[in-house]
Design a protein around this ligand. Sequence first.
Ligand code: NAP
Length: 304
Amino acid sequence: MQSIRGTTKLAGVIGKPLAHTLSPAIHNAAYAQLNLDWVYVPLEVPDEAGLRRVVAATGSLPFVGFNVTMPYKQAVMELVDEVSTAAEMAGAVNAVQISEDGRSVGYNTDGRGLIEALEVEADFTAADKHIVVLGAGGAAGAAVVALMLGRASRITVVNRNVEKAEELVERLGRHGGSVLFEVEELGMARDVVVGADLVLNATPLGMRTGDSSPVPADWVRPGQVRFDMVYGTSRPTAFVTEGRDAGAVALDGLGMLVAQAAIAIDMWNEGSTVKAPRDLMKKAAEAALDARMGDMEVNDGSGA
Ligand code: NAP
């Protein structure tokens, strides 16, 4: 842990609950390596009234920025001075930059983190690809925006509740230029899932030990890329294991978590030519995840 002095600047994550957040471990490891006189702390707030007070206070305190996680990624959009176009389209802010004069700008680094993780870990770029997104919530929205900006040729949003997928495509499709958008109900999506270049899990299925994959085990093709935004206690998830067993290239969401953190640090540390140390941050994330799983086994024996 770096030493805290009178000059130390603040960063942190606002959300609820935060007991299991990996972000302090990931960020503080990077700050120590970069010799940044910053410290990253969990900022759990109980409700939206608390969120309003905390976000307002960050402008008067020595914050370089902060992250926002569930359940406040949407609500914070109303509380910052400006929202980037990509975050506005995604409908969610997960990283806020604070300037010297206290002005706050909200960004979405989740989508960019996904693109970076796909490139680094699977040598996969979205351009001219057919991508299936499983889920139609906030994470799916951020992914669709990033994949659209990455010039995917075709994006199919597959969801249990097909109306929600339609709403997402209606909201984002008009920004998509030549991208072909489709929606499909989860139970009917076998052919699109098997045929896609990339299948992305943006549902929470896999977060709990014993969770099944969002799709049947045989909806996969050798050589296909599978990306699970979930990372956590049941590692690897069924979606990743079943993909690998069938010869797909399958990754979990830890690389994306690290990449979105690294992108936020590079943004807050603007002017520096030294980039956030992704490899070291990934090791810190894995160590924190192992410790979290150990704690859970000690606490309740379930690992959940
Ligand atoms: P959300 O807004 O609650 O959306 C969840 C989506 O998953 C909905 O479309 C929902 O379908 C679907 N879903 C939920 N349970 C399902 C089930 N049992 N079977 C099939 N579909 C189901 O959640 P979110 O904020 O988008 O987050 C989704 C996941 O992404 C979370 O696990 C989160 O931790 C992860 N995430 C990871 C990163 C990262 O850095 N790796 C970043 C952001 C999010 P219906 O509409 O039919 O209910």
